[in-house]
Each structure stands twice: as structure tokens, then as C-alpha cells.
Design a protein around this ligand. Structure first.
Ligand code: SAM
Ligand code: DTB
Ligand code: SF4
Length: 352
């Protein structure tokens, strides 16, 4: 691979170029992605973030994939904005299991003036605990963006979800342009951008390539790129969507890695439906971030100790927060390994 492939950050990707990356033989694509990955990252480190739904359900938007949309009956119990103290308790739990970033999500079209003071308190409190902070609250105006940045919010998550062409088949209550506008406000404010999308909604290869082109051709690449595999939730219009080929999902991660070499690419929702081999392949393709902890927003995620056991088997270490040591992670890994051993002992004892 030429040095120019690994060294330059491009913002002018064309559909033909990106499709050519996707359709090359699997091993060639993975080799290229792993080479790019190693030029920019320690290939054996994965960043871990924990999610919390701070306001659940009854969302006015109609995103066809989402269990929290008020347009569909998914049996989800709606909840109002969580108390700040409760959020801080959850953040402390996330820190104790070794997470370095705490991502707070709200089922809103946009935050209201009434809710903003509480949200800002959450940012300040979580930040004071020594965690990186991330929020996903829907559309923001410029003042709200500035207020979040001033409170110390590190990342704002706002996904483009899919290509501009396919977007209208999935969401009708918010435009693609509005999403791009929120991302521009976040960039202007100095916060880091977390933006990605979802696979498995019936999109074509052009749509997958189109999403990655939108992200990579932004003036600056998002620092974090979550790639979600659709979690099919009963009651949503996509509950019976066709499964995607696991290798096609890995291809998406690999192409994201090649297009945005310095970004963290997150193997996001959908890990409950992936076996360990698939997750190992995802890390090989250049994914270097996961959601960690047994719940995403409203759906299940693998148990934290299972993730630490997988990391240990693969020789992967959780990425330390900048300027912070690895002790908490070390403790979490050791605890997970002890639990694994004791469950094996229990099995042995029971079988004699
Ligand atoms: N309401 C805010 C918004 O949409 O901007 C923030 C929360 S929303 C749940 C955050 C993201 O979660 C969505 O953009 C979507 O990419 C992802 N998501 C939601 N439901 C999902 C599902 N069933 N499977 C995979 N990803 C999903
Ligand atoms: C992202 O890209 N994925 C996360 C986070 N950003 C907010 C959300 C996944 C949600 C999966 C469905 C649920 O648990 O409700
Ligand atoms: Fe609401 Fe966000 Fe779900 Fe869309 S993805 S319905 S905006 S919570």
C-alpha cells in the first residue's frame, strides 16, 4: 500500500471510488483496512463507552427503526427526564466497570428550554467524575450547542443514519439538511462529532457508500463514527427487515476505516446478534470502539464481563482516557476473568 493511502485525509470521495472499495475481494479489503488502521492507531486498543437513556419513549419523530418513536406501539414504557442525581449514579456505575465515556440519549426531536438546565447539570456532573461526556438529544440550535460546549460536553452524537437518497423512506419528520445543520453547529462550537448510521434497513450498496461519503466529505471527519446493525424491535415498521450478510456489515466497517483513518469507528448496536468471531473480524476491519454495559438505550447489549473476556481472549485492551492510567480497566478485566474462572469451577464441581 502506498504511503499516500495511509497518510492523507480526503474529503472528496466519489461514489465510484467507494463502491470499488466495497466490492473488492474480502481479504484485500480487510488487509487494506487493517493497514490503514495500524498507521493511525494501536490495533489492540478499543475505546469503551456506556449509554444511558435519560428520557425514554414517546418521541414525536417517526424513525422507522426506533423503538422510542411515539408513532409505533412497541410496548415501551415512556419515562420523563431522569433526575440529575440518578444519572450521576449510573455514570458512577459505568466508571466502575471501566468505561471512559458516558453517552446520554434523549428521545426528543430537540431539547426544550425547560429541560436544558438539567441537561447542562448532567454534563457538568459526569465530567467532574473524570468521564468523557457525550449526548444525543436530537436537533440543536446554535445557542443550545454553545451552552452544551460551555458546560463541558466532549461529544455530540447525531447520526445521518443512511444516504440522502434512502433517508426519506426511513424518516419523514426531520430532514437530512437539518441533521447536517446540527452537525455544523457542533463543529463550530468546538465539540467533537459522533455521527454514523444503521445497516439492515433495506438499503442498497449505493446507500451504504452514500452514507460514508456524506460523513467523509464533511469539512472535517467526525471523530467518532458509530455503525449500527439494526436491532429489530417488534412494533416498529422494520421489525421484519431481512438480515444483512455479516460479511457485508464487516465490509462497511472496513470501508469506514479506510475513508476516515483517524476516526474511531464504533461497532455499535446489534452486537447481541453477533457471535464472537464476527466481533473479532469487526476489530480486524478497524472498528476500535464499542458500547459497553448490558443495555444500549432501551435494548440489550452483551454483558460487560463477557466483553472483557472477549477482549482478553483477543489480547485487546480498553483504550485509556487521554492522560489517565489503565488501573480501572485492569481491575475490570481481572474481575471478569475471575468470574469466568469461578463459573468454570462451579461447572466442574457440579459435574462430579
Ligand atoms: N432522538 C435523538 C436522535 O435521534 O437524534 C437521539 C437518540 S436516537 C435513539 C440515536 C440513534 O440511535 C439513532 O440515530 C439511530 O441511529 C440509533 N438507533 C435507534 N434505534 C435503533 C435500532 N433499533 N437499531 C439500531 N440503531 C438504532
Ligand atoms: C448510536 O449510533 N447508537 C446508539 C447511540 N448512537 C445513541 C443507540 C443505539 C440504540 C439501539 C436501540 C435502543 O437500545 O433503543
Ligand atoms: Fe426519536 Fe431519536 Fe428514536 Fe428518531 S431515533 S424516533 S428522533 S429517539
Amino acid at each position: 500500500m502506498s504511503a499516500s493511502i495511509t497518510a492523507t485525509l480526503r474529503h472528496d470521495w466519489t461514489l465510484a471510488e467507494v463502491k470499488a472499495l466495497f466490492v473488492q475481494p474480502f481479504n484485500d479489503l480487510l488487509f487494506q483496512a487493517q493497514t490503514v488502521h495500524r498507521a493511525h492507531f494501536d490495533a489492540n486498543r478499543v475505546q469503551v463507552s456506556t449509554l444511558l437513556s435519560i428520557k425514554t419513549g414517546a418521541c414525536p419523530e417517526d424513525c422507522k427503526y426506533c423503538p422510542q418513536s411515539g408513532h409505533y406501539n412497541t410496548g415501551l414504557e415512556k419515562e420523563k427526564l431522569m433526575e440529575v442525581q440518578k444519572v450521576l449514579e449510573e455514570a458512577a456505575r459505568a466508571k466502575a466497570i471501566g468505561s471512559t465515556r458516558f453517552c446520554m440519549g434523549a428521545a426528543w426531536k430537540h431539547p426544550s428550554a425547560k429541560d436544558m438546565p438539567y441537561v447542562l447539570e448532567m454534563v457538568k456532573g459526569v465530567k467532574a467524575m473524570g468521564l468523557e461526556t457525550c449526548m444525543t438529544l436530537g436537533r440543536l440550535d446554535q445557542d443550545q450547542t454553545q451552552a452544551l460546549a460551555t458546560a463541558g460536553l466532549d461529544y455530540y452524537n447525531h447520526n445521518l443514519d443512511t444516504s440522502p437518497e434512502f433517508y426519506g423512506s426511513i424518516i419523514t419528520t426531520r430532514t437530512y439538511g437539518e441533521r447536517l445543520e446540527t452537525l455544523a453547529y457542533v463543529r463550530e462550537s468546538g465539540m467533537k462529532i459522533c455521527s454514523g448510521g444503521i445497516l439492515g434497513m433495506g438499503e442498497t450498496l449505493d446507500d451504504r457508500a452514500g452514507l460514508l461519503i456524506q460523513l467523509a466529505n464533511l469539512p472535517e471527519h467526525p471523530e467518532s463514527v458509530p455503525i449500527n446493525m439494526l436491532v429489530k424491535v417488534a412494533g416498529t415498521p422494520l421489525e421484519n427487515a431481512d438480515d444483512i450478510d455479516p460479511f457485508d456489515f464487516i465490509r462497511m466497517l472496513a470501508v469506514a476505516r479506510i475513508l476516515m483513518p483517524q476516526s474511531h469507528v464504533r461497532l455499535s448496536a446489534g452486537r447481541e446478534a453477533m457471535n464472537e468471531q464476527m466481533q473479532a473480524l469487526a476489530f480486524f476491519a478497524g472498528a476500535n470502539s464499542i458500547f459497553y454495559g448490558d443495555k444500549l438505550l432501551t435494548t440489550a447489549n452483551p454483558q460487560a464481563d463477557k466483553d472483557m473476556q472477549l477482549f482478553s481472549r483477543l489480547g485487546i485492551l480498553p483504550e485509556a482516557r487521554e492522560g489517565h492510567a489503565d488501573e480501572v480497566h485492569q481491575a475490570a478485566i481481572e474481575q471478569a476473568l475471575v468470574e469466568q474462572k469461578s463459573s468454570e469451577l462451579f461447572y466442574d464441581a457440579a459435574s462430579v
